[in-house]
Design a protein around this ligand. Structure first.
Ligand code: OAD
Length: 254
């Protein structure tokens, strides 16, 4: 394990363009449950019944009551953990150029990363189904469910539901970042949802080193990723950043 941390730090320190692809696992230590696996959201509710756009359009009140209301409570309380903080530090050190995130919690921005591509949108905003006006989630009153815009239209989170397209600009920028990077860190994603899971494939096919950080292996492990550092994102990212700083300092002193 220590060897892998040292190797990763060395690879990062000499790389000219590092990109991170993050998933729900990166926010688990901030108190946001993942979707799949033990304790995952999809264990409690069926995504096709609550997270598909057709389900929302059929019965917005039901989706607001069961899924969105709880998400609002959880996301409101969440703060960046050591993984978010470590990735922000890697940007400050001039190593990490962008993050492609499947998360909608805004924690990478809160930690200080400036180029965050939000592949599945952002929960910080709600959008009116009628006039498309956007309203910050914290301004939305839950006295009436589903909440409405001042025009009377129903509000929906500005996130990608199942059955919806990835926002074209985010998809294009993610593909470009994956194509251009020389190291991709794949952190806390089950790599089961497309097209996000295809980004490491683009990186690999373009010659990048692909490093996974996850307590579990994924479909990328042993095929697309060069290696997996097994463990929780907070601890591993913190150790990598400490080692990167140590190596940079040693080089300066040499
Ligand atoms: P998943 O819930 O599918 O996977 C979470 C991953 O995080 C798993 O591989 C876990 O092993 C790992 N994990 C758990 N705890 C961790 C920790 N402390 N540190 C690091 N890793 C940890 O989440 P995503 O891959 O992000 O889409 O899911 C992708 C998409 O599926 C989501 O964006 C969402 C969902 O349906 C939409 O809502 C459109």
């Amino acid at each position: 394990m220590d060897d892998l941390i040292k190797k990763t730090a060395k690879d990062l320190a000499v790389s000219s363009k590092v990109v991170a692809l993050t998933g729900a696992g990166v926010s688990v230590e901030s108190g946001i449950p993942p979707f799949r696996g033990k304790g995952g959201l999809w264990e409690k509710i069926d995504p096709m019944e609550f997270a598909h756009i057709d389900a929302f359009m059929r019965n917005p009140a039901k989706v607001w009551n069961i899924l969105i209301r709880e998400m609002k409570d959880i996301v409101d309380k969440a703060r960046p953990n050591d993984a978010h903080i470590g990735l922000a530090r890697l940007e400050k050190l001039g190593i990490l150029s962008s993050i492609i995130t499947q998360n909608v919690d805004g924690l990478h921005q809160m930690a200080g990363n400036s180029d965050v591509i939000e592949f599945h949108g952002n929960f910080a905003w709600q959008k009116c189904l009628a006039c498309e006006r956007k309203i910050e989630t914290f301004r939305v009153s839950l006295d009436e469910i589903p909440p409405k815009c001042s025009c009377g239209g129903i509000l929906r989170p500005d996130c990608v539901f199942f059955g919806e397209m990835i926002p074209p600009e985010e998809l294009m920028r993610s593909r470009k970042a994956s194509y251009e990077c020389d190291v991709m860190l794949v952190i806390g994603t089950s790599a089961l949802v497309q097209p996000a899971a295809y980004m490491p494939v683009i990186a690999k096919e373009s010659g990048a080193l692909v490093i996974e950080i996850n307590p579990e292996s994924t479909p990328l492990t042993g095929s697309i990723s060069d290696y997996l550092i097994k463990g929780n994102a907070g601890k591993i990212v913190k150790e990598i950043v400490t080692e990167v700083e140590h190596q940079m300092q040693s080089r300066k002193n040499a």
